[in-house]
Design a protein around this ligand. Structure first.
Ligand code: ZN
Length: 179
């Protein structure tokens, strides 16, 4: 699967960047042996506490668990999530409040689901990065949504969408832009 290999290649680059002192997590990067994300899927009710990074590399089993949690809940299709997105999410959420449980509104979206949403909902992109496993919609209960948005903009790791009415922030690893 070249698709997945590309993900890991790009992630390795990003991880190297994280090793430089410029970025948020980076100051402690050499000492960080493990990275853990806690997530709750608001549609399925599933929770996960996943140490997806240990001793300088991604942990494939943990990544698989995360991929499953972030599946398209409408048809249970699982697809690889860009590990760079996990690093970005980790950096941003740690910046807001370390150790928080992230509530996931949307992760991977299959083409069928995206079509359905695009037909019925305003503001859903036809070629959403959710289709590529490169976007996630998230909130952090207990922390203001505006703080999450600010941390995401500060990280500058891709797209940031602010959806105050629906109470989530969209993050992706595409072009740096915001709306
Ligand atoms: Zn989104």
């Amino acid at each position: 699967m070249t698709h997945r290999r590309d993900f890991f290649k790009r992630s390795a680059v990003f991880a190297t960047v994280l090793g430089a002192p410029a970025l948020g997590l980076a100051a402690t990067a050499p000492a960080v042996r493990e990275r853990t994300l806690r997530m709750y899927n608001t549609h399925t009710g599933e929770s996960i506490r996943s140490t997806y990074w240990a001793d300088g590399r991604f942990v494939p089993d943990a990544i698989s668990d995360i991929n499953k949690l972030l599946r398209d809940h409408r048809n249970n299709k699982v697809a690889p999530i860009d590990p760079t997105l996990l690093l970005l999410l980790d950096q941003i959420s740690t910046d807001v409040k370390a150790g928080s449980v992230l509530h996931i509104i949307s992760g991977y979206r299959s083409p069928e689901t995206n079509q359905l949403l695009a037909d019925t909902t305003d503001g859903v992109a036809r070629h959403s990065l959710h289709l590529d496993g490169r976007a996630i919609d998230v909130r952090m209960p207990g922390s203001p949504l505006s703080k999450l948005r600010k941390a995401a903009l500060h990280a500058g790791g891709g797209g940031v969408g602010y959806y105050a009415d629906s109470q989530f922030v969209h993050l992706d690893t595409g072009r740096v832009r915001h709306w």
